[in-house]
Design a protein around this ligand. Sequence first.
Ligand code: CTP
Ligand code: CA
Length: 226
Amino acid sequence: MLNEYARKPLAGKKVLITAGGTVERLDPVRYLTNDSSGKMGFALAAAARDFGAEVTVVAAKTTAKAPDGVSLVRVESADQMLQAVLSRFEGSDLVIKSAAVADYRPAMRAESKIKKSGDRIMLELVKTTDILQTLGEKKTSQYLIGFAAETGDLDRYAMDKLQRKRADLLVANDVSEEGAGFNADTNIIRVYDSGGLVEALPIMSKLDAARRVLLIASERMAQMEA
Ligand code: CTP
Ligand code: CA
């Protein structure tokens, strides 16, 4: 691993990474979000930087500290993340969608704080745009990596997402497994391509897992260029 590290396998590459959990506002003080810490996205950013890449991270809500030496773009909602990613997509060589993006957002965003009223109120949600799928449809030469946090039939869900979203690689983890959760410092990942499972990694730090994923991606990107 140290030798690979010194080789800087992503030298000269522009890498765009999304991290954290999106925030979908209901009113000025309330929002819907999820438990993503941003740790995996930031680990990928640090690893890509160490591999020699020029790294941009589009981050929604995170609790982890962003790595030094990467350019950080802060967003809140899925829609803002979509815009931030789309405007940077063309100039990117590798795009990694590790953010936990809300699938639904409130249909209405109140300008002022919603006042308490009856015993029961309805919250209407509308679907957000799938950012990864949008990129999958638009991609030209960009290498695209998606993530999937699942509980249950990992292989089936992962392959379904890889195909549906036209990702080149899909990194899946079972969040119900100890050591693979949202806020953990470790992860247990399985990496897939269009042919199926590429690698099933044991439990390791998110930084080591990130290095493994980037190594697989950099080898494949080099093959595509050759
Ligand atoms: N994703 C995205 N935009 C969305 C939802 C998801 O870009 N609006 C991306 C995630 O960043 C991740 C991949 O799609 O890279 C898989 O996300 P996941 O939530 O596992 O998949 P969904 O298609 O939303 O399916 P479900 O939540 O029903 O499992
Ligand atoms: Ca989802």
